[in-house]
Design a protein. Structure first.
Length: 131
């Protein structure tokens, strides 16, 4: 937590890409998508409680960084943006975002990086507070 916002790190996790979500094996993918949503919601809820992240009271910016291992290939734009879906939905359910539409969310282009382990890094920042 900083004065400029809050950071959540989901270590050893990358959300599903669009190609994985729209795979040929839809039954299997439906199971994976449901499991991903459940896990991400639990992890974000735990991070919120552990670090005392405040409920959203106004518009927020959410900056995603998706860190892949040094061997991992970087995503094309469609896959990169699709990785934000489950975490954004979880943040709305946990109250960290009022909604994930343009009125309540500023969403810059996600950043991709490489490192020793995969991770999803989420930085939240209040843009305006509604009293």
């Amino acid at each position: 937590t900083t004065e400029a916002g809050w950071t959540i790190v989901l270590a050893n996790f990358l959300p599903l890409r669009m190609n994985e979500r729209e795979g040929y094996f839809m039954r299997k993918m439906s199971y994976m998508i449901t499991k991903e949503k459940t896990n991400v919601l639990e992890w974000i809820r735990e991070a919120k409680e552990r670090s005392g992240l405040p409920q959203a009271t106004g518009r927020r910016q959410v900056q995603f960084t998706f860190q892949k291992t040094n061997q991992g290939q970087l995503d094309d734009p469609g896959n990169l943006w699709s990785r934000t879906k489950a975490p954004l939905d979880a943040m709305v359910k946990c109250g960290l975002l009022i909604d994930d539409n343009d009125q309540w969310l500023e969403l810059p282009r996600p950043i991709q990086s490489k490192g020793p382990q995969k991770a999803t890094i989420i930085h939240l920042m209040d843009l305006e507070v509604v009293a």
